[in-house]
Design a binder for this molecule. Structure first.
Ligand SMILES: [Zn+2]
Length: 412
């Protein structure tokens, strides 16, 4: 027995006025998603707890069966790991932006005019040559896509209890990094980071790449903004917990980081971009192919969330219909006598607010031995009447693994 878990980022929603008070899932044409509901068991799920809007990272941890409230350790480390940067226990990692600031360190553009990879590559190489005044601390700075980058600091006595330097808004001054508690470690880490931020600025402000950018009438990337200090969580890999070979298909570095932290094999798919332009057909083909050699495959689709954050109603419905088409192709190429397929969202993202919200998400599981219920459509309203009732995010993995015969008995 094997299992596929499809997570459609932010797919769940609230009723939308422009859709005659239907949710996008209710409004979309989605025969394949409905087929899963019709042949399977359905329910609704609180990823973390009722009313708590989950982040994609904490939600994915929960969907993999971990108690996110206990093990979640910040976003930075997942971003770093997902971008191919090694993060060891004790390291502190950040998400960073190349940004533009004026001489008074007021942020003019948080993305340095969405600097292209080529310029960011050269700047990052120069930054990596900086020597810290504290020789026992090393750092690793890597640009990922456009203005995005990750910073990892490594050494004894570091802490994640430090604030961000990113003010998150233009027109505001770059923030000094502050310790968030009174420990030596937090104060020491903040001091190192402020020193590093100063050195980054010194190198960037006179860098030839930036001089060239100004000549080309582009914004100079003269400052690095850091946020989301995190470390890797102490979690047991899925292989140890359930004895399964697990793989993850995801384009988003944050999700890749969570999956790698849980010991899953990361699969790269050409054309998978994490945007609405992603190649849905390639995702379907890859899922079917990867399932041949793995017991558990997680497929993450980001496009539904992108449309939600952009508050683009038409695009969200369209993305759900593309997901449906992708799911149809996956269903056509698996044997439902030996494969379980579950579909859900990692949180509700409201078209009305453009934010993650705490409403539960629909979940449906089909496969040979699920206890079918009477639900016939995959949406928020119908799934609420299903046989799974209302479960927590961290209940899903044991439920799936039990169907696969991979869970241990509790008690005698
Ligand atoms: Zn998400």
């Amino acid at each position: 027995m094997k299992a596929i878990l499809i997570i459609c980022d932010g797919m769940a929603d609230r009723p939308v006025k422009e859709l005659s008070w239907k949710t996008p899932l209710e409004a979309a044409y989605k025969p394949s998603l409905n087929q899963i509901a019709k042949t399977g068991i359905c329910g609704i799920m609180d990823l973390i707890a009722p009313g708590i809007p989950p982040g994609s990272d904490s939600a994915t941890l929960a969907l993999l069966g971990y108690d996110a409230l206990k093990v979640y350790s910040g976003r930075g480390a997942f971003e770093a790991v997902g971008s191919g940067v090694q993060v060891l226990p004790g390291d502190v990692a950040f998400r960073c932006n190349f940004a533009t600031a004026n001489e008074k360190l007021v942020v003019l553009d948080r993305r340095a005019g969405r600097i292209e990879n080529e310029d960011a590559d050269k700047l990052a190489q120069s930054l990596q040559k900086i020597k810290l005044k504290t020789p026992s601390v090393k750092f690793l700075f890597k640009n990922t896509i456009q203005h995005r980058a990750v910073l990892v600091i490594r050494g004894p006595k570091l802490s994640t209890a430090v604030s961000d330097s990113d003010p998150q808004k233009t027109g505001e001054k770059v923030l000094e990094i502050k310790p968030l508690n009174t420990s030596f470690e937090a104060k020491y880490t903040a001091k190192i980071l402020n020193e590093l931020a100063h050195q980054f600025h010194t190198v960037l402000k006179d860098h030839s790449v930036n001089k060239q950018r100004v000549k080309r009438k582009l914004l100079p990337a003269n400052i690095i903004l850091c946020r989301g200090a995190g470390t890797i969580p102490k979690i047991k890999p899925l292989s140890e917990l359930y004895g399964v070979k697990a793989a993850c298909i995801a384009a988003t570095s944050l999700i890749r980081g969570v999956c790698e932290a849980s010991g899953m094999k990361l699969i790269n798919v050409k054309g998978a971009t994490g945007t609405p332009q992603t190649d849905f057909l390639a995702l379907a083909k890859a899922t079917n192919q990867v399932l041949r050699t793995f017991d558990f495959v997680l497929l993450h689709v980001k496009a539904t969330d992108v449309a939600s954050h952009d508050r683009n109603i038409k695009q969200k419905v369209e993305m759900i219909e593309k997901v449906d088409n992708m799911v149809g192709r996956i269903l056509n190429n698996i044997d439902l006598n030996s494969v379980y397929l579950a579909i859900t969202a990692d949180h509700t993202t409201s078209l009305a607010t453009g934010n993650h919200e705490g409403d539960p998400v629909p979940i449906a599981i089909t496969g040979p031995y699920v206890r079918r219920d009477d639900v016939e459509r995959f949406d928020e309203r119908c799934c609420a009447k299903g046989g799974l009732n209302r479960i927590r995010g961290m209940d899903l993995m044991p439920t799936l693994m039990n169907l696969l015969g991979k869970t241990k008995k509790f008690g005698a």
